[in-house]
Design a protein around this ligand. Structure first.
Ligand SMILES: C[S@@+](CC[C@H](N)C(=O)[O-])C[C@H]1O[C@@H](n2cnc3c(N)ncnc32)[C@H](O)[C@@H]1O
Length: 189
């Protein structure tokens, strides 16, 4: 799939990987996986919590360029928003990405009732994951996908979420041994 990326995007991703630890970016293989999932599911309306400098947003945005979808991404650290937007622009995905500045919980609490997503990627404050899930649940369509990063690297913090989703009748969840551990759930109904 990466061979379909233009040279600027490929180089931008390689450049961003040099500061991956500083910006807490997902691993490259997780980026490739999210990109594949979104394309395979033909996702249209994606929400990401935790933009950072836009590394994961580029992988998601590139997939959405193929499906014709759009991404809303949330970040509360204002110093990261400008570089993220610059990276989106460089990679040709800025036009389909809305970057919202603010606390994920506050933004989720104020989402209009009729705002629905078919794919959600959670990668913000690990201790708040369960609360994000509770707030996202009414906005995720049946058949929609919820991906959560760091469920193995931050196992204790994410445990309340994993316990809840694993026992939730509306979801089928697996934990994939991607570098930080990725929880992948489909909403069944
Ligand atoms: C793990 S990094 C995200 C990395 C990004 N998804 C990527 O792979 O390029 C987490 C980001 O979430 C932001 N963040 C943490 N808590 C947040 C909150 N409560 N609301 C919004 N953003 C938050 C941090 O500032 C940080 O940039």
């Amino acid at each position: 799939m990466i061979e379909n990326f233009d040279e600027i995007t490929q180089n931008t991703l390689i450049e961003l990987e040099k500061t991956q630890k500083q910006f807490w970016n997902i691993s490259r293989v997780t980026g490739e996986f999210l990109n594949l999932l979104i394309r395979e599911n033909k996702s249209q309306n994606v929400l990401e919590l935790g933009t950072s400098n836009g590394y994961s947003g580029i992988w998601i945005g590139k997939a959405l360029k193929e499906t014709g979808g759009k991404l809303t991404t949330v970040e509360f650290y204002e110093k990261r928003i400008k570089p993220a937007r610059e990276n989106f622009e460089k990679c040709g995905v800025l036009d389909i990405i809305t970057t919202l500045e603010g606390s994920a919980i506050k933004i989720l609490e104020y989402l209009p009732e009729n705002e629905k997503f078919d794919f959600v990627f959670i990668d913000a404050n690990k201790s708040e994951t369960l609360r994000y899930f509770e707030l996202i649940h009414p906005h995720l369509i049946a058949g929609g996908i919820l991906a959560v990063d760091n469920v193995l690297s931050h196992e204790a913090k994410v445990k309340p979420f994993i316990d809840t989703i694993s026992n939730h009748h509306d979801y089928k969840n697996v934990v994939l041994k991607l570098p930080a551990g990725l929880s992948l759930a489909r909403k069944l109904r």
